[in-house]
Ligand binder design. Sequence first.
Ligand SMILES: Cc1cc2nc3c(=O)[nH]c(=O)nc-3n(C[C@H](O)[C@H](O)[C@H](O)COP(=O)(O)O)c2cc1C
Length: 204
Amino acid sequence: MEPVNAAIIYYSASGTVHALAQAAVEGAEKAGATVRLRKVAETLSDEVINAKPPAWAEHRDASADVALAQLDDLDWADVVLLGTPTRFGLVSSQLKAFIDGTSPLWAEGKLAGKVYSAFTASSTAHGGQESTILALSNVFYHWGGIIVPPGYTDPIQFQSGNPYGTSHVAGTGVPGDVALQAARHQARRAVDVATALKAGRAAA
Ligand SMILES: Cc1cc2nc3c(=O)[nH]c(=O)nc-3n(C[C@H](O)[C@H](O)[C@H](O)COP(=O)(O)O)c2cc1C
């Protein structure tokens, strides 16, 4: 059987979610997937970003080489992980803009039957990580997706403490070992389920 295709699609203003996405790439590759790491298009002008805290412009420049997410990346993928900063307890408008552009695939039923999972970061511990991941689940329902959360399926989950999806409190600094391991585990698990599904469908 061909390896499963995993698309890890994210938005990150100052690099936190990007770091989680990179860890997810490692986990997905370790599980045997062919992986595409993609950032969604920025909707803010350079002028606006330059007026934000310096980390925003620094991350924009540091991630200039990451390819932009396209509809084809979703079409290609067997498993999709979406990552976003928490914005007022919700998904960032940049990731939402990408999601809103998926109607053509949705209308053809091409988003259904894939495995989906989500991860996030927020400044504060109770700043809306779970509500953000659950908001993304609404999208997965509409797409007819198979949601694979990390749950407490690995010892790292009892340290990271978020069964909905990997999350990091950015106000404490950059993601450390626990968050990065949780992101690797989440991606590995999503790929494992997608692999079993692909094998089962091929056998059916
Ligand atoms: C418009 C806006 C809204 C935000 N809303 C929240 C929030 O509801 N809760 C919270 O804890 N942090 C909030 N934050 C902080 C971001 O979640 C945090 O900066 C982000 O997770 C860092 O991820 P990044 O480095 O990938 O951009 C907000 C930031 C912005 C710019």
